[in-house]
Design a protein around this ligand. Structure first.
Ligand code: 3DU
Length: 234
């Protein structure tokens, strides 16, 4: 694993990213003021914020920098290009303050290698997607992609909370890599089921940012998680 680029602002935060709540907010709102308000109010219940295209296109790339001052930011750009373009995208995301990026794996090992090198290893690789269509093309290739993520020195993988049994299968393949799992709430998955199956963090979007009180919604999922973690310990 290459770790040659430690100078980006998010790098130190990434090293400090230890699981507390085990929850990552998918902040898919398009307006910067809304994004900051929701991130600030839900912050006590979060380990990180995931930023995707809706917010970057709506509020501009500097929103990554602003939110990275509150919490670690994972840039979910689903990077999927030739190695050189992948490297250029990752460099910009890290320069803006991202602690990690999300890349697709289907583009192959050379593309993933470029992402790993450009981020100092801070890449999560999409394996099987959580929506119904994720079964068509991503599921048949997910196990190979997970194995490649491990071989190439990625930090972790993205696996579906909508199919906890698939998280368990991915865990067998990736060993100690981090697993982050979207699909909790609006897509029907449950946080405790995802964690029980081997996820390290769950990703929650609409169930928090569309709620009348996002902090309260985040708290209720955080409570479910803490209850599960207490039971697991005892
Ligand atoms: O369904 P939600 O609103 O909780 O948002 C889920 C987020 O996770 C959203 O940003 C989506 O782009 C991302 N994601 C998936 O939902 C499924 C995947 O397989 C990968 C990422």
């Amino acid at each position: 694993m290459s770790a040659t680029i430690p100078k980006y602002p998010g790098y130190a935060i990434a090293r400090a990213m230890v699981p507390k709540s085990r929850m990552i907010l998918a902040l898919d709102v398009a307006e910067g003021g809304d994004a900051l308000r929701i991130a600030k109010s839900a912050r006590p219940y979060l380990d990180a914020v995931k930023i995707n295209w809706p917010l970057v296109l709506g509020a501009g790339p500097k929103i990554i920098t602003k939110i990275s001052k509150l919490m670690p930011v994972i840039c979910d750009f689903k990077i999927a290009d030739i190695p050189n373009t992948d490297r250029l995208i990752v460099e910009q995301a890290m320069r803006l303050g991202a602690s990690a990026v999300i890349a697709h794996g289907f583009t192959g090992s050379d593309s993933l290698k470029a992402c790993v090198e450009a981020s100092g290893g801070k890449v999560f690789v999409v394996t099987e997607m959580s929506h119904p269509g994720g079964k068509e093309f991503t599921q048949p290739n997910a196990e190979r992609i997970a194995a490649m993520a491990k071989e190439q020195g990625a930090m972790g993988i993205v696996a579906p909370a909508t199919r906890p049994e698939r998280i368990a299968r991915m865990r067998e393949i990736v060993g100690g890599l981090k697993i982050i799992s979207p699909g909790v709430g609006a897509q029907g998955g449950r946080a405790s089921d995802a964690l029980r199956s081997g996820a390290d963090f769950v990703i929650v979007g609409r169930a928090i940012y569309e709620a009348a009180d996002p902090a309260e919604a985040a708290k209720s999922i955080a409570d479910e998680i803490s209850k599960y973690l207490r039971e697991r310990k005892s």
